[in-house]
Design a protein around this ligand. Structure first.
Ligand code: GTP
Ligand code: MG
Length: 297
């Protein structure tokens, strides 16, 4: 059976997480229109089966943070995390955005992938939003990199994903089932819950603020019919605390309600979400706080 680990890499906001979710058929990673949404390596497992339901291949996609010019210690750690995933890669999906010109950021990643000797499939994403000529020009320019395959896709519409999967599976070695066939992600429930909560704040916050927000779930436990989720929303400054809470608590309430509703569907139970906002000055720059928040150096 063909199986292996396949990091999905690219610049921020090109649609890596949307693509991984579409490939595995479930939301394993949160999405936002803000760059630098993803902050860890998230495994999304796709197990292909034959007519009798027997596994015939298994791709462990690894969604990764967008590669960017780091401005903080967090940024440094996220970039090294991505490059670290290349060490265990059997193939790599390199995502570029069909609606934006190929830039120095994309070229830098292409160079790093070549240096790592990775077996690369380039996914030209967002073709639903790009003109035919734009897509053709993009494919032509990207083909200069001389990677293994180039597949235009729309992660959002789920278009042309089968050819992408075929190109990936073709590149995998013979290997074992790394995960049970029905398992889609190996993220702990606390992490999934924290990410869903963070997602609800990202879309409500402007400019640099989304980067300043982290969410930690401290406890999850049953109380009668209820699943109680205790979480902290961490920001970097007092002024941000006000924004995250909103006028009369409006932002906190709206984000909290939306998060609770999604958690209820996900866990199949009524949820009580206990959200507190806490200021940790400059947490993105402070190594010991990053350690505590789970961002390994
Ligand atoms: N039109 C269109 N939009 C897309 C597509 N894929 C992703 N998007 C949008 O692009 C934005 C970024 O998507 P993400 O999946 O969060 O991008 P990402 O590459 O994971 O971003 P980071 O985690 O920040 O690196 C969101 O607003 C998505 O809805 C696509 O195929 N078509
Ligand atoms: Mg992402």
């Amino acid at each position: 059976m063909k199986s292996g680990f396949v990091p999905v890499v690219g610049r921020p906001n090109v649609g890596k997480s949307t693509l991984v979710n579409a490939l595995v058929g479930r939301k394993v990673a949160i999405i936002s229109s803000r760059p630098q949404t993803t902050r860890n390596a998230i495994r999304g497992v796709l197990t292909g089966t034959d007519d009798e339901g027997r596994p015939v291949y298994q791709v462990v996609f690894v969604d990764t943070p967008g590669l960017h010019k780091p401005k903080t210690e967090l940024g440094n750690r996220l970039n090294s995390l991505v490059y670290g995933t290349l060490a265990e890669a059997d193939a790599v999906v390199f995502v570029i955005d069909a609606t934006a010109p190929i830039g120095p950021g994309d070229r830098l990643i292409a160079d790093r992938l070549r240096a790592a000797d990775a077996d690369v499939v380039v996914a030209v994403n967002k073709v639903d939003k790009a003109g035919k000529e734009q897509v053709a020009a993009q494919l032509l320019e990207a083909s200069n990199w001389d990677f293994g395959a180039y597949v235009p896709v729309s992660a959002l519409k789920g278009a042309n994903l089968a050819p992408l999967v075929n190109e990936v599976v073709e590149r995998l070695p013979e290997g074992p089932l790394y995960f049970p066939p029905d398992m889609v992600t190996d993220q702990p429930e606390e992490v999934v819950a924290a990410e869903i909560i963070r997602e609800k704040f990202l879309s409500r916050l402007r400019e640099e603020l989304p980067h300043s927000v982290a969410v930690v779930v401290d406890d999850m436990y049953r109380r009668g019919e209820l699943l109680v989720v205790e979480a902290r929303v961490i920001v970097e400054r007092d002024s941000q605390k006000g924004i995250v809470i909103g006028k009369g608590g409006s932002v906190l309430r709206a984000a909290g309600t939306e998060a609770r509703e999604e958690l209820e569907v996900l866990f199949g139970t009524k949820v009580h979400l206990d959200l507190r906002v806490k200021v940790e000055p400059d947490w993105q720059r402070r190594p010991h706080l990053l350690d505590r928040l789970g961002f390994r150096g």
